[in-house]
Design a protein around this ligand. Sequence first.
Ligand code: PAF
Length: 289
Amino acid sequence: MTSSSPNIALIRKVSDLRQRVSHWRGDGCSVGLVPTMGALHDGHLSLVKKAKAECDRVVVSIFVNPTQFGAGEDLAAYPRDEKSDRSLLDALGVDALYAPGVDEIYPKDFSTMVQVEGVSEGLCGAVRPVHFAGVATVVTKLLMQARPDAAYFGEKDYQQLCVIKRLVCDLDMDVRIVGVPTVREADGLALSSRNAYLKKSERLIAPVLYETLIEIAEKIEAGGDPEQLAALGREKLLKAGFRQVDYLEVCDSVTLVPVSVTAGELRILVAAHIGKARLIDNVPAKGPA
Ligand code: PAF
């Protein structure tokens, strides 16, 4: 093997993944799974590092999941670069890259979707009606296929994380779901594969998203009214140059129901469009002690 040959195994078939994982298990190793759609950035790599720190063997999956994209969304345009993703993962010492084709995950007669009620319905679920059923279905499949001890997801997609925790609990899946904090650029913009869609001028405006969330979190801590602050935040984003705000809400951190009074653990979540990009972000918040 030359020094440039990757050590990471490339797996395309469920049967090969199962075989490899059961071999690891036979050796007494714990297994971590990091599900991704590729186009890996430092945010994904922080999930991988956490998985590496906690598990003996790590599988990263790359699958651009068609069922979580609605009609007219960016499925075709979604960035894909398996070769560069594979070498990034190899450099981190990931044991296997599971990159199945669409037919492997959704064979011809596939007819089952996993629908998580409640926590899926508001926020992104209200504007992307098929999205979370697609996420819940593919994540269920990946968890059943890899049977990991732990699976790692970014807090950047906070609603997704809540949906996955709910489904794992409801379906009695024996896996630990680990949420990993958002990785940000120096100016606060959350890392996202979709930041690639931003033009230079839009990239300059984009950090206002995080800035607005932090301002609201500080005002809530000082006793501000969550509904009023959310409304002011939406106005601020539009004035800054975002063309549409899908939502900006202060919610209960577990149910994601918007709150009108500050009690318990809160999460402030936003989705807003700038140019061709739809950006999402969120921060934790707590009312006055
Ligand atoms: O967060 C993502 O990249 C995707 O939604 C996931 C969890 C890999 C499911 O396709």
